[in-house]
Design a protein around this ligand. Structure first.
Ligand code: AMP
Length: 214
């Protein structure tokens, strides 16, 4: 199973991706998580990406191409993968067509209205070690300690209001147009991302099964 998940920031891509990857037994590959890990580790890529990410801008396509090609070549991705946060531009979509062998099966579009996502992002908290996602009222967010791995639970540097608004603009301009491309090749499944996590997950799995059957 080779999947890509699309959705504006705060649509629940990270949460749904983790569930989906487990369900289908494929690695969840989030390019945002890869950059955040690189920043924590202080690598060269991390240092270069930090300022770009904090502004809500996109890291250059050629950097992404190298990272994704390397990650998809790892042994755990041999039988499938779920990409979250890539592709985000037409060039990245071209790159994925070249890198993915066998090719992508389906793109999932998690559809959540803009006013709902702004609200969700402002209350989003993540743990520093593994990126477990919480809302501001969850016990782990209130204590500041992740209940799964014990690391600090914080607000992402790019979840400030101005960066969020900018990221939504960038998504609308650069990424949303890619949906048409996957629609044209009959590889797009659009799912209503509003509501409880488990309900959305059920709709996503149904959508994928329908998408694969057609
Ligand atoms: P995300 O966690 O997917 O929201 O990504 C966080 C940030 O990482 C983005 O706002 C970008 O700055 C950077 N990033 C992640 N994936 C990509 C990508 N495919 N292309 C360019 N920048 C990316």
């Amino acid at each position: 199973m080779r999947l890509v998940i699309f959705g504006r920031q705060g649509a629940g891509k990270g949460t749904q991706s983790k569930l989906l990857a487990e369900y289908f037994g494929v690695p969840h590959i989030s390019t945002g998580d890869i950059f955040r890990a690189a920043i924590s580790a202080g690598t060269e890529i991390g240092l270069a990406a930090k300022a770009i990410m904090d502004r809500g801008d996109l890291v250059p396509d050629d950097v992404l191409r190298g990272i994704v090609a390397e990650r998809l070549a790892q042994s755990d991705a041999a039988d499938g993968w779920l990409l979250d946060g890539f592709p985000r531009t037409p060039t990245q979509a071209d790159d994925l067509d070249q890198i993915a062998d066998p090719p992508l099966d389906l793109a999932i579009n998690l559809e959540v209205p803009e006013d709902v996502v702004v609200e969700r992002i402002s209350s989003r908290r993540v743990c520093k070690a593994e990126g477990h996602i919480y809302t501001a009222n969850d016990p782990s967010a209130r204590s500041g300690i992740c209940e799964v791995d014990g690391s600090a639970v914080v607000q992402r540097d790019d979840d400030t209001e101005s960066a969020v608004r900018h990221r939504l603009e960038v998504y609308a301009e650069q990424t949303e147009p890619l949906l048409a491309r996957y629609g044209e090749s009959n590889r797009l499944v659009t799912v209503d991302g509003a509501g409880a996590v488990a309900d959305v997950a059920g709709r996503v799995v149904t959508g994928i099964n329908d998408g694969l059957a057609r």
